[in-house]
Design a protein around this ligand. Sequence first.
Ligand SMILES: Nc1ncnc2c1ncn2[C@@H]1O[C@H](COP(=O)(O)OP(=O)(O)OP(=O)(O)O)[C@@H](O)[C@H]1O
Length: 209
Amino acid sequence: MNNTVHQEKNKTWIKIKHMKKAFGAEVLFEDFNLEVYENEILVLMGPSGAGKSTLLNVIGQLEPYDGGEMLYHPALFEGISVPLPFVFQEFDTLLPWKTVEGNIRLVAKGLTEAALNEVLETVALSEHRHKKPGALSGGMKQRVGIARALVCHSKILLMDEPFGSLDREMRLKMQDFLLELQRRTGLTIILVTHDPEEAQRLATRIIRL
Ligand SMILES: Nc1ncnc2c1ncn2[C@@H]1O[C@H](COP(=O)(O)OP(=O)(O)OP(=O)(O)O)[C@@H](O)[C@H]1O
């Protein structure tokens, strides 16, 4: 019932049907089905080794799968340079010799000054725009990562234990930031966490693996 309502309002960005994924003899997914909707925070939970990161990597096309199919809504790729960007726990994909601004510009050639200012404002990094990654906190680095996803006009953000290495205060701040960002942008977020409290605070839907 809920599902029907959801689908009428929002697009289905991804449909995973009868997916199989194995590493050698270790079968992680057999006949796995999942739909990912526009405008939701989908949280993946489950014990260590259940396959949460693997599922995220399959969705983000970092990992192949072995059977079934995965269908992407065509609009997911329209006018977009990076359709399925990742934010990891240790966000170390920033170039250390470039500033916050430089790291954001890297992924969006021709970004206007106005668009840059807007995204810096959105991720609360306006004051830190000239700092290099070495001078940023973990939460700030992750916000640069999120800014990069936003300037690429990505509709989905994939987050693997993004706040796991942050202290509790910063973690709560980043959760609030993410909730507010999601409400404002309608971005779909797929997030892996071990933390039930985090799942409860953030999730539109929780999938247990
Ligand atoms: N590249 C790989 N080659 C072989 N086995 C792998 C590979 N990646 C993951 N696995 C195995 O697949 C299983 C699931 O791993 P995955 O990292 O997806 O689990 P997880 O639920 O994210 O675990 P955790 O909560 O500990 O991060 C594990 O048994 C792991 O050893």
